[in-house]
Design a binder for this molecule. Structure first.
Ligand SMILES: Cc1cc2nc3c(=O)[nH]c(=O)nc-3n(C[C@H](O)[C@H](O)[C@H](O)COP(=O)(O)O)c2cc1C
Ligand code: SF4
Ligand code: SF4
Length: 271
């Protein structure tokens, strides 16, 4: 339930203007209101509350405010965020140092502010802690790859999978890069935006990890097999109605970068 405090409200109409589903009525000197039958359309986005210049809006829906700093907006300087983004690199060599749960809880506490389609916030997380649990997944993926290479030679990835499976047998790990942990995003299978939401959330996760010295590696070579053959992740008890979003290895980086590599120029069409 969203309420509007008559004594604080200056009838500016901003809450009504910013509401993405336009359910707030406010005209002239009237106090804003939302009619009973329109409440179900509310996305719980909080825009009415945070754009209100006088603090007259109270959002009564479920949720938790940020817990680590004052909820005043704070923006990085363009140079700061640019430097952070271009310094991100995929990590494929990890140290043994374990990542504390508290650190991950702090990071995921921030990730919950990532955008999501209709603000449904559909992403849930499964975290595999420690090499042993990661190795279990790696082994199942390697077996799957070996099977495809043998039984489905027409598959365009067959020779690559065969090579990866052999490398794994020889003690290398091109699949999970010997990452000490894996984070999996899981999303409701019937939400058409949720796969995109999951990628956005993991991108935030990755960029936040960087500030803690934690390296990350998108594990397409786990995600693709696991989506082809869901039994690979059977032991993780993905809830009914949910499916895998993406998989990312992480752990403290063994090495630090010393410079920034080249990338293509942006390809922009101006119309
Ligand atoms: C969707 C996606 C899947 C990826 N899968 C893997 C993977 O399975 N193994 C791996 O080592 N790197 C993987 N990567 C990392 C890319 O290879 C890496 O981002 C790219 O080479 C650029 O390097 P940079 O991230 O250091 O800028 C993946 C990246 C993305 C975005
Ligand atoms: S929370 Fe968002 S969707 Fe709901 S009334 Fe406020 S602005 Fe509109
Ligand atoms: S934004 Fe705040 S002050 Fe302005 S009309 Fe809405 S509740 Fe009133």
């Amino acid at each position: 339930m969203i309420t509007f405090d008559s004594s604080k409200c200056i009838r500016c109409g901003i809450c009504s203007e910013v509401c993405p589903v336009q359910i707030i009525d406010q005209e002239g000197d009237t106090l804003p209101s939302i009619s009973e039958e329109l409440y179900s359309m509310c996305r719980r986005c909080g825009h009415c509350e945070v754009y209100c210049p006088t603090g007259a809006v109270s959002s009564g829906y479920d949720g938790i405010y940020p817990d680590m700093r004052a909820d005043l907006p704070h923006f990085l300087e363009p140079q700061e965020i640019r430097d952070h983004l271009i310094s991100r690199r995929t990590c494929r060599v990890f140290s043994e140092r374990p990542v504390e749960r508290k650190t991950l809880e702090d990071i995921l506490g921030t990730v919950r502010y990532a955008p999501s389609g209709s603000n449904r916030q559909p992403v849930r997380w499964i975290i595999l802690e420690g090499r042993e649990k990661v190795a279990q997944v790696t082994c199942k993926v390697a077996e799957w790859m070996a099977r495809i290479a043998e039984k489905d030679p027409e598959n365009p990835m067959a020779s690559f999978f065969g090579k990866a499976a052999r490398a794994y047998q020889e003690g290398n790990d091109p699949i999970t890069r010997k990452a000490p942990n894996i984070i999996l995003s899981i999303v409701p299978a019937d939400n058409p935006w949720a796969q995109a939401d999951s990628i956005i959330a993991l991108s935030w996760f990755e960029l936040l990890c960087q500030s803690y010295g934690i390296g990350t590696c998108w594990l397409g070579l786990v995600r693709m097999p696991a989506r082809e053959d869901p039994s690979i992740l059977d032991h993780l008890y993905i809830p009914e109605g949910y499916e895998l979003g993406f998989t990312m290895g992480f752990g403290y980086s063994k090495y630090s970068i010393r410079s920034i590599p080249k990338r293509n120029k942006p390809d922009i069409t101006w119309i």
